[in-house]
Write a protein of this length. Sequence first.
Length: 184
Amino acid sequence: MSQLTLYNGRPVNEEGRLAKEIRTYDLLDTLGIPYQRVDHEAANTMEACEEIDQVLGIFICKNLFLCNHQKTKFYLLMMPGDKPFKTKELSSQIHSARLSFAPESYMEEFLDITPGSVSVMGLMNDTDNQVQLLVDEDVYNSDVLGCHPCINTSSLKISSQDIWEKFLPAVHHEPWIVHLEGNV
C-alpha cells in the first residue's frame, strides 16, 4: 500500500464513491458521531487491514456474516481479529446449531455490502432487522472501533460508545454480547 493519510470526517470530494458509502457518512454526520477516516486500496483480508489499523491506531476487528443451517437466522459477529472463530463455542451461547458463513446473496440483500466490506455500518441497511448483531465482550469493552463505511476502500475509527449508544439505536439494532475464549 502507498502512504496512508488520516482524515477527520467525510471526504471533501465524493466523486467516484458509492452511494452506500456516502449514506454511511450522512448518517454518522446526522447522528453527530465524529470519526476519522483512511482511504486505501481494497482491503479484503485481515492482513491487508494491519497497516490501515496502525494508521488509525486501533486493533483489528473481525466481522463475520453467519447464518444457521436453515438460512432462517442471520448474524453479524464482531470479534477481535486475533481470536480464532469456533462455531461450536458461539452456537452454544446463541442457541443456534450448525452455524456457517452466510451466502453472499444474503449479505447483499440485508446489509447492502459485499464480501470484504462486512461492517457494523451495514446494519443501517437492515431495515427489517433480519440480522442479529453479536459482539464479543472484548470488542464491546474497547474504547474505539474500526470499520468500513459499507465499502472496503475506506476505513473508519469511531468511539465504541457512539456505536453502542447512538448508531445502533438509530438503526434499531441491539448488540448481543458473547464471550469467545479464543484459545487455539
